[in-house]
Design a protein around this ligand. Sequence first.
Ligand SMILES: Cc1ncc(COP(=O)(O)O)c(C=O)c1O
Length: 431
Amino acid sequence: MALSAEIHERRAAAVPRGVGHATAIYAKRAKNAEIWSEEGKRYIDFGAGIAVVNTGHQHPRIVAAVEEQMKAFAHVCFQVTPYETYVSLAERLNAIAPVSGAAKTMLVSTGAEAVENAVKVARAYTGRPGIVSFSGGFHGRTHMGMALTGKVVPYKKGFGPFPADIYNVVFPNTYHGVTSEQSLEAIKALFKYSVDPSSIAAIIIEPVQGEGGFYIAPFDFLRALRTLCDEHGILLIADEIQTGFARTGKMFGLEHSGVKADVATMAKGLAGGFPLSAITGRTDVMDASNPGGLGGTYAGSPVACAAAHAVLDIIAEERLCDRANAIGDIILNRCNRIRSRSNLNCIGDVRGLGAMCAIELVKDVASGEPAPQLTQTLMKVANENGLILLSCGTYGNVIRFLVPLTASDDLVREGMDIFETSLSEAVTRVA
Ligand SMILES: Cc1ncc(COP(=O)(O)O)c(C=O)c1O
């Protein structure tokens, strides 16, 4: 049997270093919220494959749906010989997406591809080139995704030039001292000094920034953004790729603010681990492109569509929005308790929406200086202790909790016990 360490060495020779790795644990099998490595070690999974398996690893309903589909066909291409499950999935997403009025949905494969297509339909509909995005935002690794992304290292450095007419403004990150008013002022200044709003097709925003650090866009800001968009005929694109499918305690993150988008992008949690993404938007916007302008060979794979139908059933039947809130309570309560332990002095912030929770680590609370080294050490110690953790954030000092929403309270608590022990150990190691 190959051990993780041995495979990791082979990886270094066989796989480019640009393909990052949060752990050196090589997965052999997984079940619900647990993963077993090549050497048979058990890990509690607080990463969910980066917010993908909200419905847990190997959920029996998803496995059964996929097996059933594989018996029928794996691929025929929706643009050649279409299949009903794509259409019915579009109907289901049209009914639930946080989009105003009648909607239509197209399916592709990855989050970045969804973002690409959201920009395409927005430009086709408005006839305008410009797109506004936010500092700290993450929208994928394609050229348009990189252009929209508001973090240079590692996502953009060395990969330019990027598509033109992309404008990045400061995100209302209250923890780091940027108010909603300041962010709105930045957009108004952009419109005054750099580009006329009549040239802007869309503003794209994550209701809660994912890779950027789990910063929640203030609800008043989202409402003001909607008004600003309406004033200028600009479309609002909600990037729900990380916030979607019950993670925040509602089906979509934008729902917390009461705001509706014109277009929403979805991926990750949509298909329980199968590559599938969706763009759902106002019918008039989605219909602006010419036939043949949208799609792709693998777009809306029938196997992934079967999985997505099962995912939507599971979210409803197992009340995963409620579970997200319950899990979020356990995580936030525990983080706040750890924070109140006077001997640690390294927790700058604890925040969350539903089960989209994070803890921001600092060198000391008084200075608030980010602690990326402590964060990296914590992830390693947690791995040693049997817990998979992911970091995020502009300064690499945020631990994000992304446990599958099907995890039991006991398992979440066990994971938080390991988290607490590992944090103490990590603080000692970096001291
Ligand atoms: C908000 C957001 N948009 C877009 C993407 C890109 O998705 P993918 O990695 O599937 O291309 C991500 C991935 O983390 C994301 O979190």
